[in-house]
Design a protein around this ligand. Structure first.
Ligand SMILES: Cc1ncc(COP(=O)(O)O)c(C=O)c1O
Length: 485
């Protein structure tokens, strides 16, 4: 139902601006809107036309409007949640969200979201009056920060969690504008699209980057990393824990050990946007300096929060800067006292946080931490193995061929020669499953991505993963794929 509404509004967009928008005869206003419309309709007229991203072209997930099939129909019996029935989102983030997490964003309405009566009283209302500096919100924010310490497995009091409105990309800006200075060198380990874009971010701040690039589906190997570290004094090294464009997993623990042995002054920065909450990360034990992430993947909160854990050593590096941080919004100078205050439950303000998203984060972290993290890592691993086995049984290959390179949060799957993503993705959609197209610029049209993280994995009653595997089998058969014997 929701999809149809979207389709209708897209149709309206394609038909052009409503005649009421501009005065009759006015030509002057029509052009920017027309330009935008033509941009949109170009994609729609030519299914598969590239959606430009700075480092690649995501083609396969773009389907012409005309080819968007009718969505699946659901009966009331299918409804297992308070959410409107919808195709299951199994892209590598954003993911499906838990009801309670979503409901906590409506915190103002109900003090107890699951109370029988769903009514609020005056007393509740008074209790609920919270601003972004009010005691109940500050307390929830403080607890969320403390819970992040548990999620990242750090008990070192010098490490510092940050939660700031923004997305994962803001985490790159935090690193580039606070922990390195113009003219510094950074070694970027590249296992896909997100290495290129992190390197691009550093360059904006005048940082020199060297990228160690692995063949598609692989990751830079320890001997070459060691050699690179011996060639230059790197202020920092970055590792994409899971590159979402390739589904390649990096061995963060081994790389960090190597860096501490060979180049101990180099800060170890981990892009954990597609790994935090699904892959094992031990902040203290692995001696990491930054793990940056975002809310919308395995942490299971709608997009809009940038989350970082920063080591005491990195904070010292920041405090010893010769120059001012090169960003205002993303300045540790501005955010550090705020985060410390929130965690100490003291109201504080630098820029307005999102109370709704912080509430959702609080709920999601409470849920995540209600089960031992080991179990969470294990269920993601087992689910990933199940998906990968099914892919192999179907005669399909993954971008990451070697098991040690394979992420547990997602799988990037090469399409059989005769199968095109603009055919397969709508067919899956028809069956109630949403996968993503390719993102790596060299092979974008040749593969699809299946995200398996968060509630789709941890809540077996949803049956999301099995449904997706079945749908993939059926869709492939439907479009004529025959497995080679
Ligand atoms: C590995 C990785 N790094 C960084 C980002 C950028 O995060 P965001 O899109 O939340 O800004 C993404 C986004 O998917 C990602 O997968």
């Amino acid at each position: 139902m929701v999809r149809n509404r979207n389709t209708e509004s897209l149709h309206q967009v394609l038909q052009g601006p409503s005649p009421n928008i501009y005065p009759t005869g006015s030509t002057q206003q029509a052009s920017p809107a027309k330009a935008r419309l033509s941009l949109i309709s170009r994609h729609l007229e030519k299914p598969g036309l590239a959606l430009n991203t700075p480092f690649s072209r995501e083609k396969a997930s773009l389907i012409g409007l005309a080819s968007i099939p009718a969505g699946p129909t659901f009966s009331k019996a299918d409804m297992m949640s308070i959410q409107v029935n919808h195709p299951t989102l199994l892209i590598p983030g954003p993911v499906e969200f838990d009801d309670e997490v979503l409901q906590s964003m409506a915190h103002y309405r109900w003090v107890n979201q699951f109370s029988e009566s769903r009514q609020y009283t005056d007393a509740h209302q008074r209790h609920q009056i919270e601003s972004h500096v009010g005691p109940s919100f500050v307390s929830a924010f403080g607890e969320a920060l403390s819970m992040l310490r548990k999620l990242f497995i750090t008990s070192d009091p010098t490490s510092q969690p940050f939660v700031v409105s923004g997305s994962g990309t803001l985490g790159w800006d935090f690193v580039a504008s606070n922990l390195v200075e113009r003219g510094d060198d950074v070694l970027v380990l590249h296992s896909g699209y997100f290495g290129d874009s992190f390197a691009d971010c550093f360059q904006i701040y005048g940082i020199n980057t060297t990228q160690l690039k692995a063949p598609i589906g692989s990751r830079p190997q320890l001997p070459e990393i060691e050699q690179a570290l011996k060639e230059k004094n790197y202020a920092a090294i970055t590792i994409t824990h899971v590159d979402t464009s390739t589904g390649v997993l990096s061995d963060v623990k081994a790389v960090s050990e190597l860096v501490h042995r060979v180049s101990p002054d180099t800060l170890v920065i981990v892009d954990g946007v597609c790994s935090v909450g699904s892959e094992e990360i031990r902040f203290d034990e692995w001696k990491l300096d930054v793990v940056l992430t975002a809310s919308q993947k395995a942490i299971g909160v709608p997009a809009g929060l940038c989350i970082l854990m920063v080591s005491g050593r990195a904070i010292d590096r920041f405090n010893g800067r010769k120059t001012l941080p090169s960003s205002y919004f993303a300045s540790f100078k501005n955010w550090l006292p705020i985060m410390k205050n929130y965690e100490a439950k003291k109201p504080s303000y630098f820029a307005t946080p999102s109370p709704q998203l912080i509430r959702a984060l609080h709920t999601s972290l409470s849920q995540i931490l209600s089960v031992p993290l080991e179990e969470r890592f294990t269920i993601h691993k087992l689910t990933s193995q199940k998906v990968k086995r099914a892919i192999t049984d179907l005669g399909l290959k993954q971008l990451a061929e070697r098991p040690e390179n394979q992420a547990n949060s997602m799988t990037a799957i090469y399409l059989p020669e005769d199968v095109k993503a603009p055919e397969l993705l709508p067919n899956l959609f028809k069956r109630g499953i949403v996968f993503a197209g390719g993102l790596h610029k060299q092979i974008a049209t040749k593969y699809i991505r299946f995200g398996h993280m968060g509630v789709s994995v941890t809540d077996p009653s949803r049956n999301d993963i099995d449904k997706a595997i079945e749908a993939l089998k059926d869709s492939l058969a439907d479009i004529g794929y025959q497995q080679k014997q």
